[in-house]
Design a binder for this molecule. Sequence first.
Ligand code: GLN
Length: 563
Amino acid sequence: MPPRKAARKASRTKYVFITGGVVSSLGKGVASASIGRLLKARGLRVSMMKLDPYINVDPGTMNPFQHGEVYVTEDGAETDLDLGHYERFIDEDMSRANNATTGQIYHAVITKERRGDYLGATVQVIPHITGEIIARMHAVAQGPKPLDVILVEVGGTVGDIESLPYLEAIRQMGLELGRKNAAYIHLTLVPFIATAREVKTKPTQHSVKELREIGVQPDFLLCRSDRPLDKKVKEKIGLFCNVSKDDVFDVPDVDTVYELPLLLEREGLGKRLLAQLDLPSQDPDFTQWQSVVRKIKHPKGSVRIAIAGKYIEVRDSYKSIIESFIHAGAHHGIHVDLKWIEAEEFENDSAEELLGDCAGLLVPGGFGERGIEGKISAVKFARMSNLPFFGICLGMQAAVIEFARNMCGMARAHSTEFMPTTKYPVIDLMPEQRGVRQKGATMRLGSYPCFLTRGSLAHQAFRTDAITERHRHRFEVNNSFREKLEAGGLKCTGVWPGGDLVEIIELKNHPWFLAVQFHPELKSRLTHPHPLFRDFVGACMIQSGARPVEDVQKAALEPATQE
Ligand code: GLN
């Protein structure tokens, strides 16, 4: 089929384009995901896409301090953390196709140029780069499931040099789709100036002016403000920005991000957006969503859980873990109060001092040597003092190292990631990783199956024999030490049958000690919390004397026979 025809066929799917203005960090990802929820709540088939203006091919090679969490999809793409918001809000799996970066776009265009696809032509930003962006937006519509609406979030802020090709592409795309098949939403800031005791609309006016110069007229304005905007302000914004005052919405700060779709719905955005897209009006169903939000806002208690990580200054590095605790807390009707501890602190201060006021410890994933000894000390304390422990990826590797050193007589056992010459390399590179020199997208990534041992905590949590979970690592439990570790009392309760890799470990004679090689936080959703986070929080509640919901309490009180 010639490309034009393919594009026309795909265009039955409608598109919503979301741009950001004035400043970054307004929560564009959450706002976009919330708009997705407004449509999903009406039974529409929705997907989302993020266009990232950086030149890296993906964020996989970026430092968490730079970029925050790298979100891994089922199909193993390393993507922007906004895809995590999308999955959690619209409850649909994203894939490689749902995140495009400038690096990928240029890579594709240059590869085609070298192949001779443009033979004779001068390759330019317009139409070649913009054409590639448009092709990727169409590609989402051509995925396995038919879609009613795709929401496309343009990263960065209007005015950035880097985002210009994306803005041009969404302009062209809107033209191609036609008025009733596209909507443009602009998220801006309306700051309150204390000395003038007024909110100021000028930055929004300028941002929209800039957008209109490029040829994009927003249909809706979402104005981030720390206070509700009165009618007059909305009228003024509407007038200067050429937007109906009914399509100017204020987005105040919310107690929990999950409240945002409810708030936007109350303001009428769902209805207006449906009208703009010429979709039949339908009432949304927010029953379940609302009930979870109520639980988040009105917890019946609180439980304190420590996170011993190494990127804790940038909380976005642990975004999905934070959200998973919110989901699990809501399930139990409590608030999970996270105590962030820099892993290195365990190297100077006593674990007892640091963890004394906590009902559980989570050691998350990470890379590099800094902080590893601290993590190992923290795990040791949790193991010895019966403190509920949950290890994720590097957290599991730290637990295995600790167990080898202190319970199996393997002094100075280590991971070859940190000590290549160790006598006891209990954590080692996967064989297929040995020759790998390239850093981008070369880890074990994405979804793999895992078989669970009946009677284990993991099996009790999942209530099934086989699961799939997402991965992002190079190192693994070294099978040549498995027997010795198991003889010492370590239980390998989850295994990937394909490669005989240890996926889950547990301990005998401990109330709740479980660590996983995969990243469960990537699959937790608001209305169905991840079973392991749910049960870990339940175990922490028991530790602190509170009562988790019944099923978890029962499971945790009757330690399984794991023979
Ligand atoms: N650095 C470890 C590895 O590569 C752990 C990775 C992680 O925690 N995501 O295996």
